[in-house]
Design a protein. Structure first.
Length: 442
């Protein structure tokens, strides 16, 4: 069989003759992949997320070499890594800082997608795969949060797993199945370790590959919301409003990644706990099943969803039910297709009847879990919920951008304010009581 004819020389030519897929994929995804000329600052964060994923995978491999997934030794093994393993503190802080940076860049990446309509046609599959990636990332962070076996890790896992117990009929059995025991124990630690180290990382890598391939099939979005493939050069067939990803955007992204890594390592070296946001002080205390912390709250990137859970009360359910019905009526007049209009109204009525607190589940805990899950799952429905004829927020009414900005800022503010309240209460609870030294002071 004759060798594949190649246009390359040297080592690249030798590889291309024997493995032509390498160079063809390089052309498809790098040198002959055209990206919009007007891509801006917001488009860096996808590359940042890929960099942090690599950091997490590499540092995780080194941590697994010394970590012991045993309830009696887990906390001690973390201390051993930090104090005895050469460079162990650096690897551990890179991994813990990387977890928070991962969510920072992913949240901004999702915000950019909402800002410029990346969930709209023809990128629905890219968006859905990205939302699945976000769910996997949340699961990966949750499973990994228990592994240090500190006080906040232990009790945070206990609270979150107990939320599954609020699901009707199957909840209690599901919570026991997740824990592997009636309480968070050694069985839970082993299960979470296997998911965090093997199952979820494999799923993340596979989904990242699918996400990139799906993106490169339909092409990248841009701030103006136009499709660069619609206007091609009649001679070359290349997009007139695009430039090759390599070398232009690779050099562009390399510089941005350098700045990002400078900030990342500045945090690793000088503020790895970041005032209790990245690493809580309670997690430097071994887990104690008999001593519940005064204030249990999840790590900052889960705080918006935890705030939804805490805000759901019986009174709030009445307001939410009316709001759901009004939203269904609004969609009824928005959709153009008659079938979609009536289906939306029927679904809204059914939801309103089902959610009315006096009929079912007077305990708001269940509905708090439902709303918390809906706040994540609603991203999957955005390609069909967003009916605006304009993709980019640049050309939409100002109130659209205001709502989007408020939704993101409220999420970040809820995380910050909840963390500050907990730290303030913790300092108050640790403050020693003053003694009465005189009759007047009493």
């Amino acid at each position: 069989m004759p060798l594949h004819k190649t246009e390359y020389t040297g080592l690249l030519g030798w590889i291309d003759e024997r493995f032509p897929t390498v160079m063809s994929e390089y052309k498809r995804h790098m040198s002959e992949y055209y990206a919009p000329k007007n891509s801006n600052f917001w488009y860096f964060f996808g590359a940042f997320a890929l960099v942090v994923l690599v950091i997490q995978l590499v540092t995780g491999i080194f941590l697994v070499m010394h970590y012991k997934p045993d309830a009696a030794q887990a906390f001690a093994s973390i201390e051993y890594i930090m104090r005895e393993v050469p460079g162990g503190w650096f690897i551990r802080y890179m991994h813990s800082t990387g977890a928070s940076f991962f969510f920072i860049v992913v949240y901004i990446h999702m915000y950019r997608g909402l800002l410029y309509g990346s969930h709209r046609k023809p990128r629905e599959i890219v968006w859905l795969v990205g939302c699945t990636l976000f769910l996997m990332l949340m699961a990966e962070a949750f499973f990994g949060y228990l592994l240090p076996w500190g006080q906040m890790s232990y009790w945070g896992a206990q609270v979150i797993v107990n939320l599954f117990g609020a699901i009707p009929f199957i909840g209690p059995d599901l919570a026991i199945w997740i824990r592997g025991d009636y309480v968070v124990s050694d069985a839970t630690l082993n299960r979470f370790f296997s998911f965090h180290v093997i199952a979820i990382p494999l799923a993340l890598i596979a989904l990242v590959v699918v996400h990139i391939f799906a993106l490169h099939d339909v092409g990248s979005n841009n701030p103006d919301g136009i499709e660069i493939k619609d206007k091609l050069d009649p001679k070359t067939g290349k997009p007139l409003d695009g430039i090759p990803f390599h070398p232009y955007f690779t050099v562009h992204d390399t510089f941005a990644v350098g700045v990002f890594l400078f900030i990342f390592f500045a945090v690793v070296f000088f503020a790895p706990e970041l005032g209790g946001y990245f690493l809580e002080w309670n997690n430097f205390v071994p887990a104690d099943a008999l001593a519940t912390p005064a204030h249990i709250a999840p790590v900052w990137y889960f705080t918006p969803y935890y705030s939804i859970l805490r805000a759901t009360t019986s009174e709030f359910m009445y307001v939410l039910t009316i709001g759901m019905l009004l939203y269904a009526i609004l969609l009824f007049f928005t959709f153009r297709a008659p079938a979609a209009r009536y289906a939306t109204l029927v679904i809204g009525l059914l939801l309103a009847i089902f959610m009315w607190p006096s009929r079912i589940a007077p305990d708001p805990k269940f509905w708090g879990v439902v709303l918390m899950g809906a706040s994540v799952l609603i991203f999957f429905g955005l390609p069909w919920l967003d009916q605006s004829p304009v993709k980019s927020m640049r050309y939409r009414p100002a109130w659209h951008l205001w709502i989007l900005w408020r939704s993101r800022s409220c999420s970040s503010c809820s995380a910050t304010s909840a963390r500050r309240r907990r730290r303030r209460r913790s300092r108050t609870s640790r403050r020693p009581a003053r003694c009465c030294t005189s009759r007047s002071s009493c």
